[in-house]
Design a protein around this ligand. Structure first.
Ligand code: SAM
Ligand code: SF4
Ligand code: SF4
Length: 349
């Protein structure tokens, strides 16, 4: 990349002085699950038209965008989706991204269903750590929450394979929905306590427009912590770094730690340094955005690195998102929340 005028783009900050540090890349909008909180099966049925191949960023395009973002200060990359492990030859992309020296941290979020098959090749390609989503160990609850009637066996085998392959740390994400899986959280904690894996509970969020969210379905993080601590005593831990999304707690007996992602009850927008690149190449500056800035169009029409950097840093400088903070105010005052948000599987959480 030409070094000319690079300094004018370096380290852009947004309207609230937040720097750009992390990039989440959705490598596919397709998924082998139909979690009702993300891609309800009744909406995403057999006939649903996912993006045609030509509209999806190629590995070369993703790599070029990643280089551009790292030249602006991004050092953490997370691949997500949809389900990233169903994108053909994903390890090839991992290899291309892990070769970029400025990428200090490269990770992947997966539902784990295909992880056993891919763990070794992901590590060989340069992946060092991973997050696996697993909402419950209760088979009936898990089947309901993945919308496909899949049991936990493949995911647990995937986690074991990831550990054997050397991925570390392994984080386990569990979305908590009141009346659906909240009675199974302590079992999940017991299962992973002492394993070295970090379990993280995520408050159910109003992402997208289709998951029937309302505040009554949210279990506040403080209640999650009290429920676990009542059986497995916990104490708080300081954050590792600015912008860390999970509030950390450790077991008082030293057997590891857990996290809670408090997006609804204790928003952390003030520290949000994350950008998202959608499957079709839009730069999205908030998980709850209504739209993004098209980067793919300009790239495919021959824009130079300099022009693309202008577009990216200009978009970041104009960013004033703080949806989770505003949600609280909107809910209190009864103001309608935005009717049309981008769906989670297009930008990957
Ligand atoms: N398919 C992969 C997976 O499930 O891990 C990656 C994409 S998924 C959109 C990324 C993360 O978002 C997962 O941990 C998932 O549980 C979480 N998620 C999806 N919908 C959510 C919602 N409505 N509220 C909170 N978390 C959600
Ligand atoms: Fe698929 Fe992940 Fe969304 Fe579930 S949360 S439907 S596994 S993209
Ligand atoms: Fe960041 Fe938007 Fe989430 Fe706030 S609501 S933390 S700005 S992604």
């Amino acid at each position: 990349m030409a070094a000319t005028n690079l300094s004018q783009h370096l380290n852009p900050v947004d309207q609230y002085q937040r720097p750009l540090r992390d990039l989440r890349i959705s490598v596919t909008d397709r998924c082998n699950f139909r979690c009702p909180y993300c891609m309800p099966a009744e909406v995403y049925g057999e006939r649903y038209k996912f993006l045609p191949r030509a509209e999806i960023l190629t590995f070369e395009e993703i790599t070029r965008f990643t280089r551009l973002f790292t030249s602006l200060g991004v050092s953490k990359i997370r691949l997500t989706g949809g389900e990233p492990l169903i994108r053909a030859d994903l390890s090839q992309l991992i290899g291309m991204l892990s070769a970029i020296p400025e990428v200090e941290d490269l990770t992947l979020t997966t539902n784990g269903y295909l992880l056993e098959k891919f763990a070794d090749q992901l590590v060989d390609a340069g992946l060092r750590r991973i997050t696996v989503s697993l909402d419950s160990l209760d088979e009936d609850v898990y089947k309901e929450m993945n919308g496909r009637n899949f049991g936990t066996e493949n995911v647990l085998k995937g986690i074991a394979a990831a550990e054997k392959a050397g991925l570390s740390p392994i984080k386990i994400n569990a979305v908590v929905e009141k009346g659906v899986n909240d009675h199974t959280l302590v079992d999940l904690a017991k299962h992973f306590k002492g394993s070295g894996h970090i379990l993280r509970f995520i408050e159910f969020m109003d992402v997208g427009n289709l998951n029937g969210w309302n505040m009554d379905k949210v279990v506040p993080a403080k209640d999650i912590i009290s429920a676990i601590s009542a059986e497995l005593p916990l104490e708080p831990v300081d954050p590792n770094y600015l912008g860390e999304v999970a509030r950390r707690w450790r077991y008082a007996d030293g057997e590891g730690e857990i996290g809670v992602i408090t997006s609804v009850t204790e928003p952390f927008c003030g520290d949000c340094t994350r950008a998202r690149l959608s499957t079709d190449g839009k730069l999205v500056t908030c998980l709850f955005a209504e739209d993004g800035t098209d980067l793919r169009g300009p790239m495919r029409s021959g824009a130079s690195d300099e022009e693309l950097l202008d577009l990216i840093s200009g978009t970041w400088r104009g960013r004033d998102d703080q949806y989770s903070v505003e949600r609280t105010a909107m809910l209190k005052s009864g103001i309608e929340r935005p009717a049309k948000k981008i769906e989670m599987y297009q930008i990957g959480g």
